[in-house]
Design a protein around this ligand. Structure first.
Ligand code: RIB
Ligand code: CA
Length: 313
């Protein structure tokens, strides 16, 4: 029986690869819907990019919703410097014929979780947590009905990427991350500690391009665009590939390793706002609210990703 998932996302090239990986894995994953959130770029582009990606995959039956256009409290911080002005620079994907659903993404999350059998839907979050937090605030009853939240976000051993202390998804909406981390639902975190081990080196990108399908060409164009900033910044052989690790965790959890511990969010200090304070060594008695992953198997990840992308048009 495929696992029912909803993907909350701010596409973003790495979000796009995550969505393609999920849509290519029909035996294991039933993608109920995709909800866009403001993050990498503004909501309009993120939602439009999600439509483009669904059309690229051929899975045009999957509904796409627009969620929140700004964080709960703070002004929106975006990342055009990484993702380009459209958020999906690199490939030349056609404007989508597919339209957004009329319902607001937050209401879609609430209605779907309230209507489904409890603990049967997993939320995969690839961007700021604004939509999830808004849904929890509007309908707190969903907290007990979510099977698991698997989120890309945060950092501890690798420290921050948008500031020295904070990872981008958490930094954009730290208040939302705080609401989600306190909600009581089972949470698994794919932080920079993992994604910095998952590097899109030239041989790995070449293998994706060598697939010879439209998807492989588009993913190669996406990642060779979005890697520029990180290659310059880190000087590594490949840029970290963040969001697809969320989907890979659902498909092959054995690729990853970590432990249950407390993860708390800094929301007050100007210096460290958005930091995920991870009690990895259990030095406090704080509730162990998250399965915090620290290591990932890059070879196994790229083998999985490449073979799944081969399934798409
Ligand atoms: O810090 C990496 C995260 O920020 C990824 O989700 C990327 O898409 C950006 O949203
Ligand atoms: Ca993202």
């Amino acid at each position: 029986m495929p696992r029912k998932i909803i993907i909350d996302t701010d596409p973003g090239q790495d979000d796009a690869v995550a969505i393609l990986l999920a849509l290519a894995s029909r035996e294991e994953l039933d993608v109920l819907g995709i909800v866009a959130v403001a993050g990498n770029v503004g909501l309009h582009h993120n939602a439009n990019n999600a439509l483009k990606i669904v059309e690229l995959s051929g899975r045009v039956e999957v509904p796409v919703y627009a969620g929140c256009s700004r964080p709960l409290r703070r002004h929106l911080v975006t990342a055009e410097h990484v993702h380009g002005d459209t958020g999906l620079n690199g490939p030349d994907l056609p404007e989508p014929a597919k339209k957004l659903e009329a319902q607001h993404g937050v209401d879609y999350l609430i209605d779907t979780l309230m209507a489904a059998e409890s603990k049967t839907i997993t939320l995969c979050t690839l961007g700021p947590l604004t939509n999830i937090a808004m849904a929890l605030i509007k309908q707190p009853a969903i907290a007990d009905r979510i099977a698991e939240i698997v989120m890309m976000g945060g950092a501890y051993f690798e420290v921050g990427n948008i500031t020295p202390a904070a990872e981008f998804n958490i930094y954009v909406d730290p208040e939302a991350a705080d609401v989600v981390l306190r909600c009581g639902a089972p949470i698994t975190v794919l932080p920079l500690d993992v994604t910095h081990q998952i590097q899109s080196t030239p041989p790995r990108l070449d293998a994706i391009k060598a697939l010879g399908n439209k998807t492989g060409a588009a993913v190669h164009a996406m990642l060779t665009f979005s890697e520029t900033f990180d290659l310059e910044k880190y000087g590594w052989d490949g840029a970290p590939l963040h969001d697809p690790t969320v989907i890979a965790y659902l498909l092959k959890p054995e690729l990853f390793e970590g432990r249950h511990c407390n993860v708390a969010i800094e929301t007050a200090s100007e210096l460290t706002v958005g930091m995920t304070v991870v009690d990895y060594w259990h030095v406090t008695g704080r509730v162990r609210n998250a399965n915090y992953l620290r290591n990932g198997n890059a070879e196994g990840f790229f083998k999985l990703l490449t073979e799944r992308l081969a399934r798409l048009p």
